[in-house]
Design a protein around this ligand. Sequence first.
Ligand code: URA
Length: 434
Amino acid sequence: MRAVDVIIKKRDKGTLTREEIEFFIEGFTSGKIPDYQAAAWAMAVLLNGMTDQETTDLTLAMAHSGEMLDLSAAVKIAVDKHSTGGVGDKTTLVVEPLVAACGLPVGKMSGRGLGFSGGTLDKMESIPGFQVNLTREQFMEQLAKEGLVLAGQSADLAPADGKLYALRDVTGTVQSIPLIASSVMSKKIAAGAQAIVLDVKIGNGAFMTSLEEGRRLAQLMVAIGKLSGRTTVALLSDMNQPLGFAVGNALEVKEAIETLQNGGPHDFREHCLVVASHLLRVGGRAADIQTGREIAEKALASGSAWQAFRRLVQIQGGDVSYVDQPEKFPLAPVIETISAPQSGVIRMIHARTVGETSVELGAGRAVKTDSIDHRVGIIVHRKVGETIRAGDALFTVHAASPESLAYARQRLLAAVEISSGPVEELPLFYGVIE
Ligand code: URA
């Protein structure tokens, strides 16, 4: 078999066999198939699509490209959650300790920021000392003993996805439903998840911008989960405005702490409760969603979710004095509030622009080797549908320099639309696919 023939077949809208897909992924992972052929193939997939069977074969080939974790020695049922990426999406920081506090152990491997969307590892590293690089043995031991781990993905896990993702990022081939579905599901399957809750973000601050695309991606991932014997549920959630108020690493950690202490923004708290209740159900801790929600609400109110987060920080080497006294997190040197230029109702807060502005401020990376400024970011004070008066605070920008503040001010003012007429609030969720 030759790589070029597999590329030509996909270019000409053919359906690849399992053998062809396995050959291509094995060759790419081992380095026998070079990046330029893999890039050409990814573009052919993006343009011509894949059948559900091809996508499932691709997922399994990528999952098996490295080590397959078996968590059964550490937990009765291994649950996992995955968000397809958004702006202000700090859900894992709250949901993981929350469900652990409800008696459902979770060992989670998370990622870093990608484009305009933030990453859990970058956020947690705002806490001085917090270690995300754990060996497999450390991961398993902590999961068995503490029921709570939050680590980076080891290089041995679905390495084909790691390589392909880096290539897609720079070849315009991220936005492909079969490639996203196989990327997400290969990692979850390799990480040993038996029950998976997917949070598929839809809107201008997500990779899937329309409900139709989001639903198709969710259906495909649920089908792949089922075919590979994993219980999979996908929530379709809104990402047309940032989730919660905080965007940027340390700012998001502080908002997660407020939420774990039974406060936090209403939309973010509600989002976390819904994700947690689904996790508790698929993980067998709750008979149904309603019971899951009740248990989760109690864990927030009693402080046990907060204690679980504190413990997680402590076990992984983080300085708990920061989470105990969030005012210890260093502040950016330039902080300024941007006010509404006119009265009216908020029609739009363009999530992607807010995410991109936060990255430009230094909260994310332009290239892989960039370092992150954990202090910078944006507090969004308003939600779509809210009535405001001229002069009310719209954003507070935390910037490293007056120049980056000036840039952020101009971009953020352009991200907001204020209208005179009534505007409906945006929904939090668009549906659930089981
Ligand atoms: N998240 C992933 O893990 N992979 C993608 O391809 C897109 C979002």
